[in-house]
Each structure stands twice: as structure tokens, then as C-alpha cells.
Design a protein around this ligand. Structure first.
Ligand code: NAD
Ligand code: TDX
Length: 350
């Protein structure tokens, strides 16, 4: 089963590639990644010569390259490729529109053409062949902000707050429209905030861990009482595997781990785990359009596909903190910029 993974050099994509190669011996992964600042091939170190793994440096918006990749044979696509950081989308929305919307559209067009010629794809036996041909990996942020009560269901209205989440909502609608109009077997997954190994240290949890390890200030936006619903990345990967093999085309699946915490609670726990003083916390200016609360109702994916999170936030966060302590060279090479040389070193001669 040839699986095209886009954006596989990023945080979730690289965790997914390691996960699926291990879990599914029949799967061969083609990873296409543009290697933006967030793409780091060191996340996949050791896989370079794996017999079921191929890396291609490229942009999902490059129609010619996508045609060429599909012509080699692709049984299913998981689209992780995206600009993913809200703060960056506030400073400059252009790359978000370009990759998250136009790039997804190119990928959908190529996938649709390929699927028309091979309609058997996406209609395999549940559990043995992909049940959907295209997974659009999306986010709970497309639903906007919650008040103190309630949780997002798949029926919640789309109400994105940032250019990032607006671009993801647009891509979701495109993917679902390609199902309705062209019959492409698409599923959209909307996951809550992920944490775990290999997360780029601009996101809350790795930024706070690495700053604390360097005794640098921890910038908390606003009053620190915004709530996120944290899910360990491995639980997200398992959910994606289930949707790939058993999901229903045209459906949306919310994924979340009942892991609601305020940012301040998360930051205090990290300081406690590292035995660092609370005095490192700095309250800074709030993010414009900052969503107050996210919380996912995952009952559909639990009911239909039997998914349940396995990691509790307490144990998952402690293991994640330990990973960053043990893998200091990994994040120091990001902070110094040295990680960008890895591609040339490993793939320059190929
Ligand atoms: P990330 O920023 O760590 O990785 C994104 C990857 O996509 C990078 O390797 C980057 O080089 C690549 N990329 C960017 N533009 C590309 C292009 N035009 N063509 C090919 N590759 C390109 O992101 P992440 O946190 O791993 O998120 C992966 C996906 O999951 C995104 O679609 C994001 O919206 C979604 N998501 C993330 C979270 C989260 O908490 N991180 C939660 C829910 C959903
Ligand atoms: O320095 C910081 N200080 C701070 O208080 C940063 C980087 C963040 N925050 C706050 C903002 C949010 O309330 O922490 C919370 C989490 O922020 P991010 O890590 O930037 O994540 P978020 O904005 O919630 O979006 C994330 O989850 C959903 C991912 O970045 C998205 O890609 C995903 O779709």
C-alpha cells in the first residue's frame, strides 16, 4: 500500500511516519515536504535507507511534481502539509493561503484525476486496504472559540478567528466539496492541540520547556487562562490510522483527548517537572483574536471507529518533558539554525 504523506518532516507528520511504518508492514511511505522553517529531516533521522520510506523535497502546490509522484502509484494520501503557527499567520497570511488553500486544491485535483482512473482505490475491505483515498488533516481551530461550557462536535459551525484557522477551514470545505462533486473518497479530521516529541519549539509546550531549560523567561499571553484540549501526538496518529482504514468517505471526525487545561496550568506543571522557579513566567501582550477555549467532543470517532486516547495528559507531559531534556541537541540545532544543513548532508549526493 503506497501512502503519500505530505508535510512528513514536520511535527505530526514525522511522528505519523514512524508510527505507521512500525504498525503496518504493508505500508510504503512517500514523504513529500517543502522543508519550510518547520520542516526538519532530523525528525526522521535513521529512516533514510528504510526500504519502505522515500523522501521527496517538494511543494504540494507544484502540479507537475504532484502528477509525477502520483504516476508512480499512490493508494492514499494524508495531507499534513501546512503552515501551522497562528502567530505567524497574524504577521503574514500569504504563505497560509498559498499552502493551506491553493496547495490543498492542487493535491485534491491530482488525487481526483488519479482516483477516476483507479476507482477501486478507496473502496477496499475495511481494515485491510484504505477506506478513504484522501485524509485532510485539520484542526479544532476551524470552529473558533468556546465559552466556559460546551464542546465542539462535527456539526458545530465553522467560525475561525485567525488567518491560519480560516485557511484550514477553507481547505476542509474544498476537500468535502471534492467528495460531493467528484466522488473522491475524502475524510476530514479535526484534532485538538497536539504535544509530544519533535514539536517545533515555537509552539507553547516545547517553547516553555526549552526556555525553562535555558533559564529564559516563559512568555504567557494575556491572563494565561485560555484553555486548550491537549492530545498526545501518538493518540492522533492512531486515530488517523483508523480513519485511513475504516473511516467513511465524506465524513468529518473530531479527535480530542479530554485534556482541557489553562495555559498557565500547563506552564506551571512544566516548571514543576523541571524544578524551575515560577518567577520565570512573564505575562506578555495577548495574541490578537486569541481564542479563549477549545474542547473536542470525540464521541463520533469513539463510537464508529473505537478510538480512545491512551495517554493521560499528566503522564504524557512528563514523558514529553523528559524527551526534551534527553534530546537537547535536537532542539539546540533548531534554535541555532544548524538543522537546516541536514538535508544537504543526507540527500545532497542522491
Ligand atoms: P508543522 O508546522 O510542524 O509541519 C508542517 C510541515 O509541512 C513542515 O514539514 C513543512 O515543511 C511542510 N510544508 C509546509 N508547506 C508545504 C508545502 N507547500 N508543500 C509541502 N510541504 C509543506 O505542523 P504540525 O504541527 O505537524 O501540523 C501538521 C498538520 O496538522 C497541519 O495541517 C496542521 O494544521 C494540523 N494540526 C496540527 C495540530 C497541532 O497541534 N500541531 C493540531 C491539529 C491539526
Ligand atoms: O509563547 C506563547 N505563549 C502563549 O501563551 C505561545 C507560543 C502560545 N501561547 C498560548 C496561545 C494559546 O492559547 O498558548 C496556547 C497554545 O498556543 P500554540 O502552541 O501557538 O497553539 P494554538 O494557537 O492553540 O494552535 C495549535 O493547535 C491547533 C497549533 O499551533 C495549530 O497548528 C493547531 O491547528
Amino acid at each position: 500500500m503506497k501512502l503519500l504523506v505530505t508535510g512528513g518532516a514536520g511535527f505530526i507528520g514525522s511522528n505519523f511516519i514512524r508510527y505507521i511504518l512500525n504498525a503496518r508492514p504493508e505500508v510504503a511511505v512517500i514523504n513529500v515536504d517543502k522543508l519550510t522553517y518547520a520542516g526538519n529531516l532530523e525528525n526522521l533521522a535513521g529512516l533514510e535507507d528504510h526500504p519502505r520510506y522515500t523522501f521527496i523535497h517538494g511543494d504540494i502546490g507544484d502540479r507537475r511534481l504532484m502528477d509525477e509522484i502520483f504516476s508512480r502509484g499512490v493508494d492514499a494520501v494524508i495531507n499534513f502539509a501546512a503552515e501551522s503557527h497562528v502567530d505567524r499567520s497574524i504577521m503574514d497570511a500569504s504563505p497560509f493561503i498559498e499552502t493551506n488553500i491553493r496547495g490543498t486544491q492542487v493535491l485534491l485535483d491530482v488525487a481526483t484525476e488519479w482516483w477516476r482512473e483507479r476507482p477501486a482505490a478507496g473502496q477496499g475491505q475495511p481494515g485491510t486496504a484504505p477506506a478513504v483515498a484522501f485524509i485532510q488533516v485539520s484542526t479544532d481551530e476551524v470552529y473558533g472559540s468556546l465559552g466556559p461550557e460546551g464542546r465542539f462536535t462535527e456539526e458545530s459551525p465553522l467560525d475561525p478567528s485567525s488567518p491560519y484557522s480560516a485557511s484550514k477551514a477553507a481547505a476542509d470545505l474544498l476537500a468535502l466539496a471534492y467528495h460531493r462533486t467528484h466522488g473522491l473518497p475524502v475524510a476530514v479530521t479535526r484534532c485538538s492541540n497536539n504535544y509530544g516529541p519533535y514539536q517545533f519549539p515555537e509552539k507553547l509546550i516545547p517553547l516553555m520547556i526549552t526556555n525553562a531549560l535555558e533559564d529564559r523567561p516563559l512568555p504567557v499571553y494575556g491572563d494565561g487562562l485560555n484553555v486548550r484540549d491537549w492530545l498526545h501526538v501518538e493518540d492522533h496518529c492512531r486515530a488517523l490510522e483508523l480513519v485511513l482504514y475504516r473511516g467513511r468517505p465524506g465524513e468529518i471526525y473530531n479527535i480530542g483527548g479530554h485534556g482541557e487545561r489553562t495555559n498557565l496550568a500547563v506552564v506551571r506543571t512544566i516548571l514543576h517537572l523541571l524544578d524551575k522557579p515560577a518567577g520565570l513566567i512573564r505575562f506578555v501582550k495577548d495574541r490578537p483574536g486569541h481564542d479563549r477555549r477549545y474542547a473536542i467532543d470525540p464521541s463520533k470517532i469513539t463510537r464508529e471507529l473505537g478510538w480512545q486516547p491512551r495517554h493521560t495528559f499528566e503522564r504524557g507531559l512528563a514523558a514529553t518533558v523528559e524527551w526534551y531534556v534527553k534530546n537537547r541537541p535536537w532542539w539546540e540545532r533548531i534554535k541555532s539554525g544548524a538543522y537546516r544543513e541536514y538535508y544537504e548532508r543526507m540527500y545532497g549526493g542522491r
